[in-house]
Each structure stands twice: as C-alpha cells, then as structure tokens.
Design a binder for this molecule. Structure first.
Ligand code: CTP
Length: 472
C-alpha cells in the first residue's frame, strides 16, 4: 500500500539529507538500496508513492551505509595480475590498509611468477585466493561470497589478456568469476608494453569495459621494464591507485562535475508505421552512453534518456528508456532542471503522420502504400530555446556527411546550442556504429579539430571541457 503524502515527503527528506552528507549520486543510492537507479528521481518528481516496505528497505540501507569516509572500514578485493608491475601491488596493499581498508587478495596464476602468495598473504594478514578450483578457498569463502563482500574490486596490474577476458565476460578463473559476480565498483590499473596498450584490440576492450562502468587509473607514460622502451603502458603508482580507489568509494563526489546535473540523450529513435514496422537509423548509442558514463565518473548526477540500443545501462546513471522522439522530448523535459544537456541521440527527423493500428497489408495492386510524414520535435532546439530552466551548457551533435564546420555552425545558431560536436558520419568515416570518432568542437568563438580517438576518449575529453566551463 502506498503511504500517505507526509510520509513520502519525510522519506524523501531523509534521502536528500543522506545524499548531501554522503555526496553520493542519487542513482547510486537507488541502485544499491533497491536496485532501482530511478528511485530518487521518481520521488523528486512526485511520480511515485513509496510503499512502507520500500521505505523500510531504503532506510535500513542508509543506516548501514553511513556517510562517505573513503576507504575506512571498506573491504577492498585486490586482484594481483601477472606482469612485472605486480611487485608494486604489495605497496598497494600496504597503502590501502593505511587508509583503513580491509584488504583481501586474489593472485592470478600468472602473478605467481612475480610475487609469492606468502608475501602478499603476510601483508594482507590472511589467506591469498588463487584459483577458481582452490578447494580450501571454496570451502572457506566461495567466489560469490568474495564478490559479494567486496566494497571495491581493484585489479593491479591489469594485463592486456586480463582486460580481454573481462571485456568478454570470461569466468574461467577466480578473477573472472569474481568480477562477473560482484556488484561493487571495479577499478583497473593496466600495465603493459606501449605497443600492446595502443593496439586497437586493447583499446576496443578498454572502450567496452568503460561502457560497462569499469573505472581505470593509468596507465602512465614512462620507461618500461624492457630496456629502451618508452610510451604509455606503465602502471599508475600505488599512491595514485589508492587515491582513485578512495575517490570511487566516496561516490565520485570529488570529481570535477560533482554536484552538477547532466541530461544526455543517446541512440536512435524508432518511429512506428504500424505495429510491426518502424523508421530508425544506424545509431548504436555508444557515443552518448560513453558521455553519460564519463559524466557520472566525473561525479555528476546523470540522467540518460536512450532510444532502443543493445548496450547495457551505464552503472550509476539514471537511465530512461524511450522509443520515439516525442517520448524522448518528454523524458528530457522531465529531467530538467539540469546544469548541462548533451543531446547525442540520432533523433528521427520525421515520423509517419498516422500509425496504423493493424499491420499494413499488400493490396494486390502492386502499388506501395502512400506514407505521409510529419516532422518530429527537435529536442536540442527545444531545450536550447527554453525561457525557463535552460541548462547553463547545451551541447548538440551534428551528424554530417560533408561540410562539417559550416553545417555545425549553422546548427549552433539555429538550435541555440552553446557547443556543437560535429562528426563525419559518412560510411568511410566509420563513426556510426564504430568504436572511434573524429570530431570538431564548435563553439561561438572557435573551432577545435580533435584527432581521431575512441568514443570513450571523446567522452572523457568532452567531460573535461565541460568541467572547465564551470570553473571559468
Ligand atoms: N536533434 C534533436 N531532435 C531532433 C533532431 C536532432 O535533438 N528531432 C539533435 C541531435 O541530438 C543532435 C543535433 O540535434 O544533437 C543535430 O542532429 P542532426 O541529425 O545532425 O541534425 P538535424 O536536425 O537532423 O539537421 P539536418 O537534417 O539539417 O542535418
């Protein structure tokens, strides 16, 4: 039974107080407390009357998850991977403990070549788990328990091979099984030869993992263990890894977009013709989802409004699923006010003027049905032209097959956007559905051409620029 209005109001007030004290993103509270990232947003919008059971569960969860104190009292599951950087993982154990964390250690088989379980175990003050079929460990703490009891999983060093395994969801060893089974955040500290790091296969895996919400620290530029080899691939220093871990545990509230509300649209829209047919386009949603994930990682409170895509909802992001342009506009307006709007969706420009209620049939004459179209609302232009609650920064994308800058500048003015990210969507560019993007950032003052990079990197760079905009 739904509770009375005053009870719901008091409940929301408790939640807001908890969010403020902890610096936690509302989507994370909803997800972790009752597996519903949209909970707080629904309550704020008054579109949901919480029942007594729900309120009890959320309150119990809040009581258990006292406000942010970084790593103190948190259980960190450290996976030591194979690689010459493994010796630094011992320092990571020590520093995590200094920060108050309880450290449990898994060593992959390859890690044994570099450090001994004895050394790691002595430091961690306990058993080191090594292998999915370790009878003792299974008897003592099964992999599901290890996964469940962790507040954070850190993999250091993360090798190219390990990342490939995690990107495809392999669970044929203890590490793979634990990462699949855990609901805690996962932080990877990659370390490998620079040629391996820059290889498209590795970068593809990094993009997939980022899309799944996995966080990264490093790798850094520097001398490698191999004599004379330099480049990006050196593992981040232990102190940096522990700082990244602490930031993650404080709900990202210390990120450059902490306290900012961001609305992102992503994916295509589907415009129905009849119950079985629709108009769509080739947008995969990867760029929009990457931006939502990057903004959340930067501490923002993110609502992602997405058309039909095959991607997972980014963790820590309140994701609203829609089909049509009109539904997308409605969901975006419901998510306002916001500080930043990033409209990445490839919204269908037209919809069928009438949707047939039954499947259109061939009439035998050989003549195709005459479909009439009407224009869809322009979501970016609607947000850009708002008189009230216009986000401080309105960012649009311009999908073009020619004259990128000219059309981009034109869209900037016409849609009253603050920035346009113009990208080439001609088939030879490979942006539509691909992993990489090559964009030009157009502002009223300047035009910046960015080199070709992964969509995750475009997202990170855009988020960095957005944060700078708020510092200025
Ligand atoms: N956009 C939108 N709503 C629409 C159409 C586009 O919000 N109905 C947004 C897109 O999300 C993007 C920007 O507008 O941020 C530009 O999209 P694009 O497809 O490049 O532009 P169009 O408006 O379709 O213009 P044109 O047909 O002239 O290319």
């Amino acid at each position: 039974m739904a509770e009375t209005e005053p009870a719901a109001k008091a409940f929301l007030a408790d939640i807001e107080a908890f969010l403020q004290a902890s610096g936690m993103a509302p989507a994370r509270l909803g997800r972790e407390a009752v597996n519903d990232p949209g909970l707080v947003f629904d309550l704020r919008a008054g579109s949901r009357s919480p029942g007594a059971d729900l309120m009890d569960r959320v309150r119990a969860w809040m009581a258990e998850n006292r406000p942010n104190d970084g790593l103190a009292g948190r259980t960190v599951l450290l996976v030591i991977g194979g690689g010459i950087a493994a010796y630094k993982a011992l320092d990571v154990i020590r520093r995590l403990q200094d920060a108050g964390a309880i450290v449990r250690v898994i060593m992959t088989r390859a890690a044994h070549e570099f450090v001994t379980p004895l050394a790691a175990g002595a430091l961690a003050g306990g058993h080191v788990y090594t292998d999915l079929f370790d009878r003792d460990a299974e008897h003592d703490v099964g992999h599901i328990r290890l996964a469940r009891e962790a507040d954070l999983v850190v993999v250091a060093p993360a090798t190219a091979d390990r990342m490939a395994g995690l990107a495809t969801g392999r669970s044929d060893d203890l590490t793979g099984a634990v990462v699949l089974a855990t609901r805690a955040p996962v932080l990877l500290a990659p370390a490998m030869n620079p040629a391996m790091w820059t290889h498209p296969a590795t970068q593809r895996n990094v993009a997939i993992l980022r899309g799944d919400g996995v966080r990264f620290v490093g790798p850094r530029r520097g001398e490698m263990a191999e004599k004379g080899e330099a480049g990006v691939g050196r593992m981040a220093e232990p102190a940096e890894i522990v700082t990244a871990a602490a930031d993650l545990m404080s709900g990202g509230s210390s990120g450059p977009l902490a306290g900012k509300r961001v609305v992102v649209t992503s994916g295509p829209t589907h415009e129905p013709i009849d119950p079985v047919r629709y108009i769509a386009n080739r947008s995969s949603g990867r760029q929009g989802h990457a931006i939502a994930a990057a903004a959340a990682a930067a501490g923002a409170d993110v609502t992602l409004v997405t058309g039909p895509v095959t991607l997972a909802d980014p963790p820590g992001v309140a994701t609203v699923h829609v089909e049509t342009a009109r539904q997308m506009l409605e969901a975006v307006e419901a998510a306002l006010p916001a500080d930043i709007a990033v409209m990445v969706a490839a919204v269908a420009d037209w919809r069928a003027s009438e949707t047939a209620s039954a499947k259109l049939k061939k009439d035998g004459s050989g003549a195709p049905p005459a479909l009439a179209f009407v224009e869809n609302p322009d979501i970016l232009a609607t947000v850009g032209h708002r008189e009230t609650d216009r986000p401080h920064l309105v960012v649009g994308f311009a999908a073009e097959t020619a004259d990128l800058v000219r059309y981009g500048q034109d869209k900037l003015k016409r849609k009253r956007a603050d920035w346009i990210v113009a990208n080439d969507v001609s088939p030879q560019g490979g942006a539509m559905g691909g992993d990489d993007n090559e964009v030009v950032l157009i502002t009223p003052e300047a035009t910046e051409t960015w080199p070709r990079m992964s969509k995750a990197d475009v997202a990170d760079r855009l988020v960095t620029r957005m944060a700078e905009e708020f510092e200025a």
